[in-house]
Design a protein around this ligand. Structure first.
Ligand code: NAP
Length: 222
């Protein structure tokens, strides 16, 4: 058992989610940022990899006061559970994501001292030996009531989840810029596949701002 998992990502017309410097870059327009905020306000949890924390230092909270209030009115936490996938507990103690309602998922290889320090600032869950066991993590999240999970990158985590068949949908916003660079991260990186590719069903597409939102459903893999 696991939550409903979808990847939401913004990429350039050439499929890059950042530049060769791996720093956050504005790809979406105003309306798309509002769409993402509404998704955050809707889901039970959001997830990112440690690479994204180190590159972008995101807070991963709901930006709209009205949407946060609406969650509270429904008896939910103001923000979804923020989950960081971080085998070695490399999350900086100053990271913006740390605080209430944050879970750092680590592996057994994480150094004890750093774990103790992180535990003062967030919940820490050891799941996996050398790296975070994503299947086990998702089942633990489901067990604690996370029914819907939005994965907000980055490229390596996206690949790992897709390879394991742990993603139900992909929402990709394609912005009207070209970034280029063979080392710039794309929507899905990792080791890549040479066969048995992940197949998708086109669910819907629409224009937002000067770009295109495409929603794909991930087909069950044979
Ligand atoms: P990432 O996918 O955010 O994080 C990858 C890291 O997660 C791995 O290096 C690994 O580090 C950790 N991890 C732990 N368990 C894992 C597992 N089972 N499988 C795979 N990874 C696991 O990092 P990234 O690929 O470098 O992506 C970051 C880039 O994406 C940045 O440039 C950022 O700006 C960009 N980004 C763009 C968007 C967008 O929508 N445009 C959104 C998010 C990020 P450990 O081994 O240390 O645990």
């Amino acid at each position: 058992m696991r939550p409903f998992v979808f990847i939401n990502s913004a990429m350039s017309a050439d499929g890059k989610i950042s530049t060769i410097s791996r720093k956050q870059v504005r790809i979406s327009g105003r309306d798309d940022l509002k769409r993402v905020d509404a998704l955050r306000a809707h889901v039970d949890g959001v997830m990112v990899g440690i690479g994204t924390i180190l590159s972008d230092d995101p807070k991963l909270t709901v930006k709209s006061d009205a949407l946060r209030r609406a969650r509270s009115d429904q008896g939910r936490t103001e923000n979804p559970l923020r989950v960081v996938v971080d085998s070695g507990a490399r999350t900086p103690l100053t990271a913006s994501v740390l605080g209430a309602n944050t879970l750092i998922a680590v592996s057994q290889k994480a150094p004890t001292l750093k774990l103790r320090q992180l535990m003062k600032k967030a919940e820490v869950l050891v799941v996996g030996e050398q790296e975070v066991d994503l299947t086990a993590l998702l089942s633990k999240l489901k067990y604690r009531g996370i029914d819907s999970l939005m994965v907000e990158g980055g490229a390596t985590l996206n690949f790992a989840l897709l390879r394991l068949g742990l993603v139900d949908e992909i929402n990709a916003y394609v912005g009207n810029i070209v970034i280029g660079g063979s080392k710039a991260p794309t929507l899905v990186d990792g080791d890549g596949l040479t066969s048995n590719f992940v197949k998708l069903d086109l669910k819907e597409f629409c224009r937002i701002d000067e770009g295109l939102l495409v929603k794909w459903r991930v087909k069950d893999r044979p």
